[in-house]
Design a protein. Structure first.
Length: 522
């Protein structure tokens, strides 16, 4: 398995690293210069992103929450340009926060055909229970007053807690939001459908919303998808009295259970006899349903994928029995939170993996038969360390050019929004085919005050060297447009004692391309 530590990780042991072309599964070095970006909307407080969507112009929208200095959770949405930097044309700051006099958050986001942004989540009400929350923004990041009340719709199902976790927009513009609702005894699958103006759609389940017990205990929806014909899939976990299983239902367009799906409209799948949870689902072009989450093996959680035929039966052409589990780190937890399909049908599962020290961004790519795709990072698996502490992917999308964009959180003392982009087979080798360096050696790393770089140029070139912080901002211009001969060169990089400890990037630039080298200041 390949562990990515933001471009080239140079250990304290001295060695020479040959430059090679980027591979499928590598971070995209054209994205914010380092492959990722982080956002702290409230200094010293937690921010986490749970949803992602891509606009038709390629701009990337992520949604989650920010914890403010007054002790409240606020729904939060940020937008990024295609190059990975914040889009300051969005609400003038690049992000939008919704304060509702109490706690709120968004867990999913979708883009309407007219470019408006719809996000779903939940908000605490004056009775101190939680309701579905749906907000709609104009493309410029301002609330859309034509939706609900000043851009906001709140739905109380049954007087108890209602959590919205996922969103889908149907072809007729109606908005589906799914999650869970408490009935006084158990959490149930919950789905609401809204008209384009934010009002509940009474043609759906008679009053615009439904609650459905799946299994024999608590159940919640974390995955949602709609067929082109209008049938609705919702999946999550359901308890069986001992542990939890994958739970999946199919509804007709009017909100009634579709009894042509496993004869009852619901399917419960027990993978290993221990706790399991479905966190995401996606529909293939042939109608088969790919679901992802985790399965416990009586020791730890593993990545779990289950594929169903259109009638609700397990698809035995997928890894022999319809089920694929993957252990990224032995005896440690891994969870899938998002599943997407490439244009060639390959499956991208993303989430988090724990190595008994910290959590990492984790991705796996599978062939259509359920086997790991070894063309993706050599073994089908990628883990990424952003800031040397916990990192978690909660959502992903695939761009039209095939690149994979993920969103989640990174621990930088407090949790920050985190977004990253990975290459696939269609877009590798953008910079490194024409790398300006033949080889390099850097030490010590980590560094206290002074790092030493030895490098070799293949040809005479005009070279610049910069030191950047972890967000790609210029810290120091070491030298600019210096004419250098072919052959070996030496460079000292001074770290001012006032510079904060953390991750920095040394960037070497010439007319032939650029190389980014990670340095860690102690």
């Amino acid at each position: 398995m390949k562990n990515i530590y933001i471009f080239f990780l140079i250990s304290a042991t001295l060695f020479t690293q040959k430059i090679s072309a980027q591979q499928p599964g590598d971070l995209d070095s054209t994205f914010n210069s380092v492959g990722f970006n982080t956002l702290d909307m409230q200094s010293g407080e937690d921010n986490e992103a749970y949803g992602i969507a891509i606009q038709s112009n390629g701009r990337i929208v992520i949604a989650g929450y920010v914890y403010d200095s007054d002790g409240f959770y606020n729904a939060a949405i940020a937008r990024y340009l295609q190059n990975g930097t914040l889009d300051n044309s969005f609400n003038t700051t690049g992000y939008f926060n919704l304060f509702l006099d109490d706690n709120s958050e968004t867990d999913a986001v979708a883009i309407q055909s007219d470019g408006k942004i719809v996000a779903a989540g939940h908000a605490l009400n004056s009775s101190l229970d939680v309701d579905f929350l749906v907000i709609r923004l104009k493309s410029d990041g301002s609330l859309d007053s034509t939706f609900g009340t000043n851009g906001i719709t709140i739905t109380d199902f049954d007087g108890y807690n209602d959590y919205g976790y996922e969103i889908a927009i149907q072809s007729n513009g109606k908005i589906l939001v799914s999650g869970s609702s408490y009935d006084g005894d158990y959490d149930e699958f919950a789905i609401a459908r809204y008209n384009a103006d934010g009002s509940l759609d009474s043609s759906f389940s008679a009053d615009g919303w439904l609650m459905e017990i799946v299994g024999s205990g608590n159940s919640e929806v974390f995955g949602l998808a709609v067929e082109p014909g209008g049938k609705i899939y919702a999946g999550g976990y359901c308890e069986n009295g001992i542990d939890s299983d994958f739970g999946l239902i199919r509804l007709n367009n009017d909100g009634t259970m579709d009894n042509t799906f496993n004869s009852t409209g619901e399917v419960v799948t027990d993978i290993d006899g221990y706790n399991e949870c479905l966190n995401a689902l996606v529909l293939q072009t042939d109608g088969k349903i790919v679901t992802g989450g985790f399965a416990n093996n009586d020791s730890d959680d593993d990545f779990a994928l289950v594929r169903y035929n259109t009638d609700g039966t397990l698809d035995d052409t997928f890894d022999g029995d319809g089920i694929q589990t993957t252990d990224l780190f032995f005896s440690s937890d891994e969870d899938v939170f998002s599943v997407k399909l490439q244009q060639d049908g390959k499956i991208i599962a993303s989430g988090t993996a724990y190595d008994n020290t910290q959590y990492y961004f984790a991705l796996a790519r599978y062939n259509t038969d359920g086997s790991l795709d070894t063309d993706f990072s050599g073994d089908g698996l990628v883990t990424t360390d952003i800031n040397g502490s916990d990192d978690e992917i909660y959502a992903s999308e695939i761009q039209t050019d095939g690149k994979i964009v993920v969103a989640g959180a990174t621990d930088n003392g407090n949790y920050d929004f985190a977004i990253a982009r990975y290459l696939t087979d269609d877009n590798v080798g953008i910079l490194d085919f024409n790398s300006p360096l033949n080889s390099y050696l850097i030490y010590p790393n980590p560094v206290s005050n002074l790092a030493h770089l030895e490098y070799e140029l293949m040809n005479a070139a005009t070279v610049s060297a910069q030191l950047l912080d972890v967000q790609g901002k210029l810290v120091a211009q070491i030298f600019d447009s210096e004419n250098q001969t072919a052959g070996k060169h030496d460079l000292n990089i001074n770290f001012n004692e006032k510079m904060a400890a953390g991750t920095y990037l040394l960037r070497i630039i010439s007319g032939n391309g650029q190389v980014n080298i990670k340095l860690v200041k102690e």
